[in-house]
Design a protein around this ligand. Structure first.
Ligand code: ATP
Ligand code: MG
Length: 555
């Protein structure tokens, strides 16, 4: 496939194509504008892939701009995590990271300009009065009694707001638009408010902060953004976006275009809800592997390629919809099926003693790291008289459908010999504790010479050489497809979203497993070492996703 043929098309790219063809723009500049009030989630990945993807494909530029006008909720830690996540996804922003707060002085000057042209005024209604005056969807609002103050009075009051002479909430700067507009956003919206709060970038320099709608469009225009892409909830902000740009002396006029948000089943996406999960200790932080955050998904074992592919598959439209979890899971499975080395891990072990194998002998078997990719090399599997197999892979008796180990029947050990079960021991409760069997020394890498057919294949680990590990089996975080619609979403958390297995034993080659390196544990799924808790003395593996197919079809 050529580069060209895999380029996505969507209505936004169509608009850009037309703008370039008509000469409206010579090149494209986009931006990704996160608010540093939480970690990025997979919905942001959609926006990142859209904005940076356009920047790349059109040889344009994409800025990373922190939309930091609300110091009350923002934090420098979020700034760091966001930068890391964008880079991890594989994107590079143009030049330095930008902050809306870089433009506070410009924004102030544009506000002064609006006052001077009679298009903004300092209002002294308090929050409750403001609500009363605003009107409703059915009824127009009323003009503020301060609306017709002179320009001089407004300039003086606004300057004194900046100097810190007034209390929070007592004064605000409002655009003078239309209190009767059917769009409530246009009813003399507040563009500056007083907040005596330290800002993570500007410290205590300011005690007045510009509102989002005033800041965003001007920041876009200052940066020469051509297409300002945002989610659908900003549709009714667009007239205000355009009004501000049209009423100040700034030459550029970026075009705001809205697209639908990503919604994903069995999870929540709003930062407010994700923050609540963290604050209520319902998860192990923003990077809990069950979180739909980029940091959580990375810790879970998702790869950048799988997330980028997912964003490509879901596309960009104006239709609200809910994406099935399986769409995401198939992206990671398809990626890891090709890229993840294979390994063996027994999660619920029982011992199999091969009585005809010499005691104390250790044989080094060689196993390919990938069944279809020789370039991935091989590894050594120590084989010993005592091995561990999964409890579910042995039965005293079973019908023909059960293609695993049964007394008096044979099964192949993956990458090893054909073995036969002879008898077993049980504890007082009837649980099998040890299986006794034998191996056929003539069957390494070949079928039995007498034509015996051995259908089943099971995975195993040497009992003496295997390494104990903790294995975390993750599942969807919620029990219902749309937890955000619940009254209390914390009530629908899936109690089995994390099952910690402490009995697992993994093959010795995994001793050096590092965080985020993915493996396919044969017949079990895709796993990676936990990037926070796994150490060489205490291996911890996270299940990224189960296998779609059973190993019988895969081998
Ligand atoms: P949330 O509602 O989750 O708190 P937000 O919209 O407040 O998110 P921002 O940091 O303001 O988060 O978003 C940065 C950019 O990412 C914005 O352009 C926003 O439209 C986009 N974005 C946020 N959530 C989604 C989503 N679910 N799907 C697509 N784009 C999103
Ligand atoms: Mg926001």
């Amino acid at each position: 496939m050529s580069e060209e043929s895999v380029r996505p098309t969507n209505f936004i790219r169509n608009i850009i194509d037309q703008d370039l063809a008509s000469g409206k723009h010579a090149s494209v500049v986009t931006r990704f504008p996160p608010e540093p009030n939480g970690y990025l989630h997979i919905g942001h990945a959609k926006s990142i892939c859209l904005n940076f993807g356009i920047g790349q494909d059109y040889q344009g530029q994409t800025n990373l701009r922190f939309d930091d006008t609300n110091p009350a909720k923002e934090d420098i830690d979020f700034v760091h995590s966001i930068k890391e996540d964008v880079q991890w996804l594989g994107f590079e922003w143009a030049g330095e990271v930008r902050y809306s707060s870089n433009y506070f002085e410009d924004l102030y000057n544009y506000a002064v300009e609006l006052i001077k042209t009679g298009k903004a005024f300092v209002c002294q209604l308090d929050a409750e009065q403001m609500r009363e005056y605003r009107g409703t969807l059915k009824e127009p609002g009323k003009n503020s009694p301060w609306r017709d103050q002179s320009v001089e009075e407004n300039l003086d009051l606004f300057e004194r707001m900046r100097k810190g002479e007034f209390a929070e909430g007592s004064h605000s700067l409002r655009a003078k638009i239309d209190m009767a507009s059917p769009n409530i956003k246009m009813r003399d919206p507040i563009i500056y408010r007083i907040r005596f709060i330290e800002h993570h970038q500007t410290g205590n320099k300011w005690c007045i902060y510009p509102m989002y709608d005033f800041t965003h469009c001007i920041s876009d225009a200052i940066e020469g953004i051509t297409h300002s892409l945002c989610t659908l909830e900003f549709e009714d902000h667009r007239p205000l976006y355009d009004w501000v740009i049209d009423n100040i002396s700034i030459p550029a006029h970026p075009q705001q275009i809205e697209f639908s948000r990503l919604n994903l089943e069995y999870t929540v996406m709003s930062k407010r809800k994700l923050a609540a999960l963290v604050e209520e200790n319902l998860v192990d932080g923003w990077n809990d592997p069950r979180m739909p955050t980029i940091a959580g998904m990375r810790r879970r074992g998702y790869t950048p390629a799988s997330l980028v592919e997912f964003c490509k598959r879901i596309g960009v439209t104006k239709q609200e919809n809910m994406i099935e979890m399986s769409a995401l899971e198939s992206c990671i499975r398809e990626d890891l099926n090709v890229t993840a080395p294979r390994a063996m891990a027994v999660l619920d072990p029982i011992k199999l003693i091969l009585e005809n194998y010499p005691e104390g002998q250790v044989e080094e078997l060689t196993a390919p790291n990938h069944p279809n990719d020789e370039a991935m090399g091989t590894r050594v599997l120590p084989f010993t008289r005592e091995i561990l197999i999964d409890r579910a892979d042995f039965k005293e008796e079973a019908n023909k459908k059960y293609k695993r180990l049964v007394i008096d029947k044979e099964v192949r050990l993956r990458n090893g010999y054909v073995v036969k079960a002879l008898r077993c021991d049980k504890d007082a409760d009837g649980n099998i504790t040890t299986v006794y069997g034998s191996y056929d020394p003539e069957t390494l890498g070949k079928n039995p010479s007498d034509g015996r057919k051995v259908k089943g294949v099971i995975h195993w680990v040497s009992a003496s050489h295997g390494i104990p590990a903790t294995v975390r089996l993750y599942d969807r975080l919620f029990t219902v497809p749309n937890p955000a619609a619940e009254e209390a979403f914390s009530a629908v958390i899936n109690p089995e979203s994390l099952v910690t297995v402490t009995t697992a034993v993994v093959e010795p080659s995994l001793a050096i497993a590092k965080g985020e390196q993915a493996y396919q544990f044969e017949r079990e799924g895709y796993f990676c070492a936990d990037n926070k808790d796994s150490t060489s003395d205490n291996l911890v593996f996270n299940r990224t996703v189960g296998l779609r197919d059973t190993w019988a079809n895969n081998a």
